[in-house]
Design a protein. Structure first.
Length: 399
């Protein structure tokens, strides 16, 4: 009987000691503001007010704060991932799987309603802003395109996606068709993508850039086809992509290589957010041709040090932005390109600056279609919609 009581005492006091230790560690340990592994900002300690106490948001925010700052959180997430893979024999964790040395996120099934919604959005923009201009579109495949089937994972029906989008757009190879399909997939392989991230690697997509340029009729203005000798390679070490933190498994970091030349060095980027006034003149925008407009370099390496960006991939034209205008004073022509884009285009656009004096990047995830005409003149420009398959399958995110 006494031995049984001692076991109970040991269990109770051991549990109390564990809870007390966790609380002490949480109190004395320095609080991080970001999770580099998950590439997100951690929850801040909520302030108690009558309002958040009454609507119960204080408890919800407190729970989020405690979960984000729990001691050894990253290590415990890794243990969970190992348990899921090795003990439970799951093939994925948090919808992330690792195959052929690459981490990828499951994306299925095909959302046909989303494909049709995207086509409607594209047709509406054409009718509103550039009804008489040839409009190109291209789709960037996600990593599942190369990995899923052969490794036993489900994926969307890519062939059906291409066919359905083409049908909805009335796409044709004829010069008078409203939309024309641009094939950039044929030369791509899984090795053209980062191992820990969703994006493609700039040094590996010179052939993609040349394909796009050929379709647009400006390939003769580029001094490269697939050879990167015309560029200087610059490296950023220890790039842990978006899937690294989500998978919670140890993986070797990638290296970002960005390509520079006299053309890219001379080019500059204007972004709507960067030139949006605050304070007294909140809501007004300093337009590109105004003397006080803020222009930045193509590769914004300062983002590695300023603490504002959680993603090293943001060095490419400054990362996500609703609207950006790139001007290239050393371009070989006076041509302009309007590019409806997502983040994949950030590393592609600099490769086309040799041919275009101006490239306008429009991200409909962050700007309403009705506002575009305030800042962009479409007259005489080449028009290209370029989206990755995730955007096509989730087009509800476009405004």
């Amino acid at each position: 009987m006494k031995e049984s009581k001692w076991k109970q005492y040991i269990t109770i006091y051991g549990f109390v000691f564990f809870l007390a230790s966790v609380m002490i560690i949480m109190v004395i340990s320095p609080k991080k503001t970001i999770s580099s592994a998950e590439r997100r900002r951690l929850a801040e300690k909520p302030k108690l007010t009558v309002k958040n106490l009454m609507d119960k948001s204080f408890m919800d925010d407190t729970e989020k704060y405690l979960l984000d700052h729990f001691p050894f959180r990253d290590e415990l997430r890794r243990v969970k991932a190992y348990f899921a893979y090795d003990v439970l024999q799951q093939k994925e964790n948090n919808d992330i799987y690792v195959a052929d040395g690459h981490a990828a996120k499951l994306e299925y099934p095909l959302n046909e309603a989303s494909v049709k919604r995207l086509a409607t959005k594209m047709k509406g923009l054409q009718q509103q802003y550039f009804p008489d201009q040839t409009t190109w579109y291209a789709i960037v495949p996600d990593k599942n395109y190369f990995l899923a089937d052969k490794n036993g994972f489900p994926s969307i029906d890519y062939e059906r996606m291409y066919v359905l989008l083409g049908q909805e757009l009335g796409a044709d190879s004829a010069s008078d068709a409203p939309f024309r399909f641009m094939d950039i997939v044929s030369g791509l392989t899984i090795d053209d993508y980062y191992h820990t991230d969703t994006h493609w690697r700039q040094e590996c997509i010179l052939d993609v850039a040349y394909r796009a340029a050929s379709a647009l009729g400006i390939s003769d203005l580029l001094s490269f086809s697939t050879d990167s000798a015309v560029f200087t390679k610059n490296e950023i070490q220890n790039f842990y992509g978006v899937y690294y933190g989500q998978a919670a498994l140890p993986m070797e970091p990638d290296t970002i290589v960005y390509l520079t030349s006299e053309v890219t060095d001379a080019a500059q980027v204007w972004s709507l957010e960067e030139n949006m006034q605050s304070g007294k003149n909140a809501g007004t925008v300093v337009l590109p041709d105004e003397e006080r407009a803020i222009w930045k370099t193509i590769y914004q390496t300062e983002k590695l040090e300023d603490g504002k960006s959680l993603d090293k991939y943001d060095i490419f034209v400054g990362g996500a932005s609703s609207l950006q205008i790139i001007r290239s004073p050393k371009a070989a022509s006076q041509k302009r390109l309007i590019l409806f884009r997502d983040s994949y285009t950030s590393s592609l656009a600099p490769l086309l600056l040799e041919a275009y004096k101006e490239i306008v990047l429009i991200d409909l995830r962050y700007i309403d279609s009705a506002r575009i005409g305030t800042y962009v003149d479409f007259t005489g420009a080449d028009i290209l919609f370029l989206y990755n398959t995730s955007i096509v399958n989730h087009s509800e995110m476009l405004k």
